[in-house]
Design a protein around this ligand. Structure first.
Ligand code: SF4
Length: 332
């Protein structure tokens, strides 16, 4: 459905306008119809930038994005319009994502009317009414007639999901969709997304810093682990959680609180990070970007940046993964 070929996004450094800062570097990713990919990593790792290039909010500085095998920049007007409807994004901040001066019906009917997905306002009302009923926003008329500030964070996130679903997309990029929602409502939102995946075959790119929700929604899908703008590991999610390959992913799993012990293998508990501060992309270290924090780092790590390569059914970017696996995971 979507393919990223060696995509990088650089910004100009504020400190020095001649300096380029890599928010996303050398990203290769194929998203198949109907699949769920969880993208995990700490703040500033490039997850949101990835979501924004998939949805063409940011354009790559290098590389290209293909939609159904065609470069986005060479799509005809009609094909680009189709892409814009097929690929939707749900943002983390549901309040900012909805126009405060419009009722929910006014906001959600606009794209339907603009793209002629419905003939008139009455048909838009009927479509949204049915959709709201389907995703538990009942009675629908009460939600359709309200303004964003009259709704809770969980209700607004459901409405953003309804807005994305209303144009019958093929892919939804969900950027931290449940992080600002009450814990008790998170599972129901994730279930709605899983149901949309199953019922309509919609692909999801689920962006999060939370491994628990990543595993919940993508338990049959893949996980991509990001660090300082690079993908450092990619695999089927359960295989990756059972046998994490990259030392950074070990550390992420080890950092999950005790409340979710199934995410924390016994052998990973003691993995010590040398520093808990993630370097900024502005001052990215040379070589492997993780080396200042990595307990396994050797001289080669500071010198050469490892590329992503195949390893045990997945992909990993680490010079020493075989050695680490052979020698145990306790670190130096
Ligand atoms: Fe650690 Fe070296 Fe692997 Fe980077 S390449 S993760 S520094 S062992």
């Amino acid at each position: 459905l979507i393919e990223l070929e060696n995509v990088s996004v650089y910004f100009r450094s504020e400190r020095n306008r001649n300096e380029r800062v890599g928010a996303l570097v050398g990203m290769n990713l194929k998203i198949a119809p109907g699949e769920i990919i969880a993208v995990v990593g700490e703040s500033g790792c490039g997850k949101t930038t990835l979501g924004k290039v998939i949805t063409d909010i940011y354009q790559p500085t290098e590389g290209r994005i293909l939609y159904k095998g065609k470069d986005l920049r060479s799509l005809t007007r009609q094909e680009y319009r189709e892409y814009r409807l097929a690929v939707q994004m749900i943002h983390q901040d549901s309040y900012a994502a909805l126009n405060p001066n419009r009722t929910i019906f006014q906001s959600l009917s606009l794209p339907l009317l603009q793209h002629r997905l419905v003939r008139n306002r009455q048909q838009a009302w009927d479509e949204l009414y049915n959709l709201f009923g389907e995703i538990g926003l009942t009675p629908p008329e009460q939600f359709l007639e309200k303004y964003p500030h009259q709704l809770s964070g969980g209700q607004r996130q459901r409405i953003l999901l309804a807005r994305a679903l209303s144009v019958k997309p093929s892919l939804i990029v969900a950027d931290e969709p449940v992080s600002m929602v009450d814990v008790s409502l998170r599972i129901s939102l994730l279930d709605l997304m899983a149901r949309a995946n199953k019922k309509y075959g919609i692909s999801f790119v689920y962006i999060t810093h939370d491994l628990g929700t990543a595993r919940y929604i993508a338990h049959h899908g893949r996980i991509a682990v990001m660090y300082l703008g690079r993908m450092v590991e990619m695999n089927q999610i359960q295989a990756a959680l059972d046998h994490p390959a990259h030392p950074y992913f070990h550390a992420l799993i080890a950092a999950v609180p005790e409340a979710d012990p199934t995410l924390r293998g016994e052998r990973l508990r003691q993995l010590p990070l040398r520093s808990f501060d993630m370097p900024s992309v502005v001052n990215a270290p040379p070589g492997c970007k993780f080396h200042p924090r990595c307990p396994y780092a050797e001289e080669v790590c500071a010198r050469e940046e490892p590329g992503l390569r195949e390893y045990e059914g997945g992909m990993v970017a680490c010079h020493l993964v075989e050695k680490i696996r052979a020698g145990g995971r306790e670190g130096k």
